[in-house]
Write a protein of this length. Structure first.
Length: 329
């Protein structure tokens, strides 16, 4: 009999639910918009509906047994209770939602609930790039920057689930103020939104220097629409060797190197595992990060450090969420 777990990944933009087997294979899945602006209660109802739809479909599979439900959510999650301890401005009204209890009450199955990057780390440890490591750090470079720390094969959660907010590690104390209250946070440089911000700022500086209404399109940042080029356009330009994009990505790599070096000096990990949309750039970005970290880190601590891309691909969120069932069950 095939044993399946239901994984649910709740982000600020979309939620993803899937039935996953013990090898990490997604058997069936559904995706829906989060519509976070509608408030926490509405998001909870949508998550319950999506989970129920996948659960019902999985129950109809011949020879399948459901072992439980694992949830990964944006925000700081109290692992012991499954409650959302805190969620930022991208998830209004999500703070205080009894997520784990609501799912358990609705479906009557064992439920484990954690922060989305924590479950990403659990998945990478169980099934992905971190299988051989007990001491590692995960960075998720997406719309924002998330983090997780695994020490001795166990997640570091802190007092109420808030540990691992690595996107708010300052890499430039003279940098812009972040919504968290800190200055020069890693998220302001290495996330998709951070890279787009750097592109806008560089375009404005070029325009001011040229004394014209727009920068020199041949040498400077291209317009890229009303908001300027997004992170995808910057990365494409960087891979093509375009000078304007190289200038931006030099700042991104410096920020990542500075942040990772600080993490290495703090936690002495065996590896740093990097996932998310920005990390999908692949080996060119990994190689640049490795070179920068090596230049900024004690040889005794950085000499054997592995910096690796995540191994679970686009389904890492739901696979990691489901992996909680195998790991903790």
């Amino acid at each position: 009999m095939t044993e399946l777990a239901i994984g649910v990944d709740i982000g600020g933009t979309k939620m993803h639910a899937a039935a996953v087997d013990r090898t990490g294979r997604i058997v069936l899945e559904r995706i829906a918009p989060t519509l976070a602006q509608e408030g926490g209660e509405a998001v909870l109802l949508r998550a319950l509906e999506l989970t129920g739809a996948v659960l019902a479909e999985a129950e109809r599979l011949s020879g399948a047994r459901l072992a439980g439900i694992g949830i990964g959510s944006a925000g700081q999650i109290d692992f012991a209770t499954g409650k959302v301890a805190y969620a930022g401005e991208t998830m209004p009204g999500w703070t205080g939602i009894p997520l784990g209890a609501a799912v358990k009450e609705r479906f009557g199955l064992p439920v484990w609930t954690d922060n989305d990057v924590n479950v990403f780390a659990v998945g990478e440890k169980a099934l992905g790039a971190a299988r051989e490591f007990d001491h590692f750090v995960c960075l998720m470079l997406g719309t924002g920057v998330g983090g997780a720390i695994m020490e001795g094969g166990r997640l570091v959660r802190g007092a109420f689930g808030g540990a691992g907010e690595l996107g708010h590690l300052s890499v430039n104390f003279d940098g812009p103020r972040c919504y968290c209250g800190n200055y020069g946070c890693l998220e302001l440089y290495a996330s998709g939104t951070g890279i787009a911000r750097l592109a806008r700022e560089q375009a404005a500086a070029e325009t001011a220097a040229a004394g014209t209404d727009k920068a020199d399109g041949a040498a400077g940042v291209p317009e890229g629409g009303s908001e300027g080029p997004d992170s995808h356009a910057v990365i494409r330009g960087w891979l093509a060797g375009e000078p304007w994009a190289v200038r931006i990505m030099d700042k991104v790599v410096l920020a990542l190197g500075t942040g990772i070096s600080s993490l290495v000096h703090t936690f002495n990990p065996q590896a740093v595992i990097i996932g998310g949309g920005v990390a999908a750039t692949g080996e060119p970005l990994m190689a640049a990060i490795r070179e920068r970290v090596k230049a900024q880190t004690y040889p005794s601590m950085g000499g054997h450090l592995r910096i690796l891309p995540a191994g679970l691909g686009a389904g890492a969120g739901v696979i990691g969420a489901a992996a909680q069932v195998w790991v903790y069950g």
